[in-house]
Design a protein around this ligand. Sequence first.
Ligand SMILES: Cc1cc2nc3c(=O)[nH]c(=O)nc-3n(C[C@H](O)[C@H](O)[C@H](O)COP(=O)(O)O)c2cc1C
Length: 298
Amino acid sequence: MKSFDPANLSIPELHGYLVGAIGPRPVAFASTIDAQGRPNLSPFSFFNVFGANPPLLIFSPARRGRDNTTKHSYHNVKAVPEVVINVVTYSMVHQTSLASTEYPEGVNEFAKAGFTPIASEKVKPFRVKESPVQFECVVKHLIETGSGGGAGNLVLCEVVMIHVHDDVLDANGKIDQRKIDLVGRMGGHFYARAHGDALFELAQPTTQLGVGVDSLPPEARNSTVLTGSDLGKLGAALTIPDETAVNEYRLTELSDTFIAHKDQPGNLLTVLHQHAHGLLAQGKVEEAWMTLLAFNAR
Ligand SMILES: Cc1cc2nc3c(=O)[nH]c(=O)nc-3n(C[C@H](O)[C@H](O)[C@H](O)COP(=O)(O)O)c2cc1C
């Protein structure tokens, strides 16, 4: 493992490690206007949601690393503190990238990138018609995190209107994660597309307390067969099977395994861990626990 003190890295090196490791980053396609009312449209992946009450989005049109200049989007939100943040989907990504071209001041990237401007309801900047979700925002705070090249300019904005296209909603009116097809920015020239096999669901632990990985017997925690995901699934169990259940399971489900490996405890352990790994792949967490505990119940 290599370790770096940021103070010893150049700004491009530092930028590379930051954006290479922190991703995929959502993309704010920020629509602003200048003091003369001219539209601007630029993507920013230093972006996220930071609260729902009030609904707060933050993005950062940063100072350029190469010449320490600042971006039109930042000038615009200082002059007219309103922005529409449009989400970026896979079908929009080539045009979105084109809109990031550093056109001179006053050039309309809606026209350059071929997007359709539509009027907002509560703010002056336009929405991007092709984006399935558009957030009309009022800028609440601007925070300049430094004065050198590469420094962030945080634009903290409150959402005052949300527009969601019917195409991305499910039957309950919620945004369907399989339909929205969002993209994220990664390091270098990489993007990620959130669709198909890239999507998976994981129930979130709420008020119920999982027993924790530290409740597993040491040989299971240190297993070379069980993966980190296996340990996470086992640790999320709400109860540990009791001795009676484990003995019963050993006699009914595992007796052949125990007989076959009765003189080779090392092999038995590996086989039990492989069995537990297979059970976990099928979502059988309790059976996996009993398999692991059976080793010491001999
Ligand atoms: C997907 C994507 C994400 C980007 N994210 C950022 C960002 O977070 N911050 C930034 O300063 N520039 C970012 N850029 C570059 C800006 O979009 C680019 O500098 C743009 O020309 C700024 O336009 P403006 O001067 O009209 O505001 C990104 C570019 C792309 C394609």
